[in-house]
Design a binder for this molecule. Structure first.
Ligand code: SAM
Length: 260
C-alpha cells in the first residue's frame, strides 16, 4: 500500500465525492507539480485542499511561508497535527474565505469548486499558480476560438493570464480513482492583450453571450437589456463561439458607450 492508501486507513477518512476527495498517490507527479511552480524559500505559498499532505509536505521543504485552506474536519486536524509547526492551516471553505496574500498558488483542486476557485484566484495579485483539474476543464481553460471547449472560462482567463497544460495525469494516479483523467495547468498573470473601456461590462458581456452560446449576440444582449434594436453594436448577427476575445471586447465597448 502506498502512503496515501495507508493514510486513508490511518486517519479513518471516508473520501467524499461532494468534497472532491480524490487523493493523489503518485510521488513523481507531486514532485513535478511543485517543480512547475518554481517556488523559492521566501515565496508566500497558498495551497487549497491539502488533504493528506502529498503536496503540502513538499511545499514546506521549498518555502518558509505556507498557508493551507482545508474544509474537512478530519483532514484539517491531520494536517495541523502532522505539519502544524511548519505552516498555517485555515480550517474553512476556500470559496468563502478571503485568501491571504500569496505569490504562488498550488492546488489539486476539488472538482466541485474548480470554477469558483479559479475565478476567485483571478481577483488576486500573484506570480504563478499550478493547479490539477479535470482534463475537460483544462481543455476549456486553453481552448481555441470556434472549438466546443471555447467558453466563458477561456475568455476570462485569456484576458488576465497565460495558461499552459503541463501534463495529463491519468485517473489511475488517484485514490479513489475518478472517472476521468486530470491535467496540471500552469497559470501566469500577464497584462491584458487588448484594452477595453470597462472591464465589468466586458465580463458581463462574456457571461451573457456564453450563457446562450448558440444564440446570436444581438438576441442575448437584448434579452439581458444591454442593448435595443437599432443600437450600433458590432457582430450582433454572429455567435460568440466564433468571436475572438478582442472582438468580444469591441462589443463590450459599444455596449458601454450606449450607457455613457
Ligand atoms: N492535495 C491533496 C492531494 O493532492 O491528494 C488533496 C486533493 S483533493 C482532490 C481536494 C481537497 O480539497 C480535499 O482535501 C478536500 O477536503 C478539500 N476541499 C474540498 N472542498 C474544499 C473547499 N471548498 N475549501 C477548502 N478545501 C476543500
Amino acid at each position: 500500500m502506498n502512503d496515501t492508501g495507508r493514510l486513508i486507513a490511518d486517519t479513518g477518512i471516508v473520501p467524499k465525492k461532494s468534497k472532491g476527495q480524490n487523493f493523489l498517490i503518485d510521488d513523481r507527479v507531486a514532485d513535478r507539480h511543485i517543480g512547475y511552480a518554481g517556488i523559492s524559500k521566501n515565496d508566500k505559498v497558498l495551497e487549497v485542499g491539502p488533504g493528506l499532505g502529498i503536496l503540502t509536505k513538499r511545499l514546506i521543504e521549498v518555502s518558509d511561508d505556507v498557508t493551507c485552506i482545508e474544509i474537512d474536519d478530519i483532514l484539517a486536524d491531520y494536517i495541523t497535527q502532522t505539519y502544524g509547526d511548519s505552516l498555517k492551516l485555515i480550517h474553512a471553505d476556500a470559496v468563502k474565505e478571503p485568501f491571504p496574500e500569496f505569490d504562488v498558488f498550488v492546488s489539486n483542486l476539488p472538482y466541485s469548486v474548480s470554477t469558483p476557485i479559479i475565478f476567485k484566484l483571478l481577483e488576486y495579485d500573484f506570480r504563478t499558480a499550478v493547479v490539477m483539474v479535470q482534463k475537460e476543464f483544462a481543455d476549456r481553460m486553453v481552448a481555441m476560438v470556434g472549438s466546443p471547449d471555447y467558453s466563458r472560462l477561456t475568455v476570462n482567463l485569456f484576458y488576465r493570464v497565460d495558461c499552459e497544460i503541463m501534463e495529463t495525469v491519468p485517473a489511475s494516479r488517484f485514490n479513489p480513482r475518478p472517472k476521468v483523467d486530470s491535467a496540471l495547468v500552469r497559470i501566469a498573470p500577464r497584462e491584458a492583450p487588448f484594452k477595453v473601456l470597462d472591464e465589468r461590462t466586458f465580463f458581463k458581456v462574456v457571461e451573457v453571450t456564453f450563457n446562450h452560446r448558440r444564440k446570436k449576440i444581438g438576441t442575448s444582449l437584448k434579452s439581458a437589456h444591454m442593448m435595443e434594436s437599432g443600437d450600433d453594436v458590432p457582430y450582433i448577427d454572429e455567435r460568440v463561439e466564433h468571436l475572438r476575445p478582442e472582438q468580444i471586447g469591441e462589443i463590450a465597448d459599444a455596449v458601454f458607450r450606449l450607457k455613457h
